[in-house]
Design a protein around this ligand. Structure first.
Ligand SMILES: [Zn+2]
Length: 197
């Protein structure tokens, strides 16, 4: 097993990593740093608690970028006249408002990526926060903040593109106001990933 050692930029203690992970988590001081375009920077994050009775051996944490967005629809043409999923996800009204877009920060299969980004964006997960990972393994992160923000547009449009032919035209402004990493616990089973909050 190859172990990589880096030094925590916050507390100077060594961080040992068993796998390549773009998010450097320091278990001593609890900070996460990334190497970004402006050098090494600390990122805000939350760890969602798993529900009682979760079998921790089958559980793993997947990091998501939660992008708090201001979403304004300028014009549209939708068969049936309304945006179904997007309207449900928007807080504020049918023509715009606040949208919390969830972008997986790990390298997931495209169908899995799409399923969880759409579902978590439409139904923002409710969870309590814990302050450590309880030794549950973390899926390594591969997606930085800038890349996540670029993917936000793809997800916003994907919300409405599930029924082919429904969305004919959509012109909008999307502004990301805050980006935070949320670690969500999942159970893997033969039928797929199950959110364990
Ligand atoms: Zn540290």
């Amino acid at each position: 097993m190859k172990v990589t050692q880096v030094k925590c930029p916050q507390c100077d203690l060594p961080i040992y990593m068993r796998q390549k992970d773009d998010f450097f988590y320091c278990s001593s001081c609890g900070t996460i740093h990334v190497r970004g375009i402006h050098g090494v920077e600390r990122i805000p994050y939350e760890i969602a608690n798993f529900r009682p009775g979760t079998p921790l051996d089958d559980c793993h944490y997947i990091p998501f970028w939660r992008l708090q967005c201001d979403f304004q629809i300028k014009s549209r043409s939708v068969e049936g006249g309304y945006l179904h999923k997007l309207s449900n996800a928007l807080k504020g009204g049918d023509d715009g408002g606040q949208l919390r877009i969830f972008v997986p920060a790990s390298d997931l299969d495209i169908a899995v990526f799409r399923y969880w980004s759409v579902n978590l964006t439409v139904n923002n997960p409710r969870y309590s926060v814990r302050d450590d990972f309880a030794d549950v393994q973390r899926m390594p992160a591969t997606t930085g903040r800038e890349e996540a923000i670029e993917l936000a547009d793809f997800i916003a449009v994907t919300l409405e593109a599930e029924k082919p032919g429904t969305l004919q035209y959509l012109d909008y402004d999307l502004e990301v106001q805050e980006a935070k990493v949320i670690y969500l616990p999942f159970i893997s089973s033969p039928s797929g990933l199950h959110l364990a909050v």
